[in-house]
Design a protein around this ligand. Structure first.
Ligand code: AQP
Length: 330
């Protein structure tokens, strides 16, 4: 069976971008067709300024949201990264395989480092080495496919390079994985700044729809979305990024085609209203299920414990083999 691995960082509350670009497909497709592992990658959340209690709370919430979104522990493995030591063991070997230049070329590093500096903070070394931990996350499981949004394809490409390099130098140890971007909503953009992606850790939240936002808040954010000059509705990603983003979101929520949807609207107002309705309806079952799970913390604990046990069992033999191949360990 195809092995699938993907993750979500508890750096903030999960967004509509995380859901449409990644989580929704994990639940609807990946867990049914593959041996799939889904991970709350909490160690990655320590690469930027963080509050320990908040990271713990957000990890928990992210895990509950994955289950609420339909990940079924009977069909797939859901766990928290820091509960499986193999990730860190392998990350060091990846640091010994990657180069400084490769790390500095990563777009996410450049963006997040600039953000930290703009806030007057310092850049943690782990922000630079982040892709080696991500490579370890993926390679530890013999992953064939990594379903991620567009923003992560550069990291998956690097993971491939590291796997190939390791295999060539030290003997065949890792499967070379490939990124699987979604067909629609690969990059949901910020509603206030439609040329940047919607992100969970942005300082301004007016352009970000969070999965647990109240319906009224969702409506307000969508109705206030920035639109472009002119008021006809056409799908042009470059020239009309605000409208294109709304059409993409509508298409993703209604299983439609953005260009064809555009033909049905004469004004921005009508489009926004339909987008707001579609998003609220898409998120409704998820919010309801999340509320049920919040009332049953023992269940979530048990799912995560069993998930970590299985993940550890899968990762350990390969990570041990990688140690031996590099001339260390037993
Ligand atoms: N805006 C987006 N559109 C489509 N897909 C997205 N993803 C994230 N944002 C969008 C996908 O969601 C999965 C989990 O993302 P992540 O937790 O690894 O974080 P990220 O990619 O760094 O995204 P965020 O939410 O913007 O976090 P911050 O603000 O902390 O950087 C991934 O598959 C991602 O592609």
């Amino acid at each position: 069976r195809v092995r699938v691995f993907s993750g979500v960082q508890p750096t903030g509350h999960l967004t509509l971008g995380n859901y449409l670009g990644a989580v929704r497909r994990w639940a609807a497709e990946d867990q049914h067709r593959a041996d799939a592992l889904f991970c709350v990658v909490d160690l990655h959340a320590l690469t930027v300024e963080h509050d320990p209690a908040r990271v713990r709370r957000l990890s928990r919430q992210a895990a509950s949201l994955l289950l609420a979104a339909g990940l079924d522990p009977e069909r797939c493995t859901v766990f928290v990264q820091s509960q499986v030591d193999e990730h860190l063991r392998l990350a060091y070997l990846m640091e010994c395989t990657a180069t400084d230049g490769e790390m500095r070329r990563m777009i996410q590093y450049k963006e997040k480092a600039a953000r930290e500096q703009a806030r007057g903070g310092s850049v943690r070394l782990s922000l630079l080495t982040y892709p080696t931990l991500m490579a370890a996350d993926i390679l530890a499981y013999g992953t064939d496919e990594v379903p991620v949004g567009d923003d992560q394809t550069q990291h998956v490409q690097l993971t491939r390079d590291l796997a190939v390099r390791f295999n060539q130098r030290y003997g065949a140890t890792f499967v070379v994985p490939k990124a699987m971007p979604p067909r629609v909503a690969a990059r949901v953009m910020d509603l206030q700044e439609p040329t940047s992606k919607m992100g969970k850790s942005h300082a301004r939240t007016a352009g970000t729809v969070f999965l647990l936002d109240e319906p009224e808040v969702v409506r307000k954010k969508v109705m206030r979305a920035v639109t472009d000059g002119g008021d006809d509705v056409v799908y042009e990603r470059e020239a009309r990024p605000g409208i294109a983003n709304l059409l993409d979101v509508l298409a993703a929520c209604t299983d439609g085609d953005p260009e064809r949807l555009a033909e049905g609207y004469a004004s921005y107002g009508a489009l926004k209203k339909d987008v707001a309705d579609a998003v609220v309806e898409t998120l409704r079952p998820l919010r309801e299920r999340h509320a049920e799970l919040a009332a049953d913390p023992a269940y979530v604990d048990e799912v995560l414990r069993a998930g970590a046990d299985r993940a550890r069992g899968l990762a350990k033999p390969r990570v041990d083999a990688a140690y031996r191949a590099m001339g260390v360990g037993v």
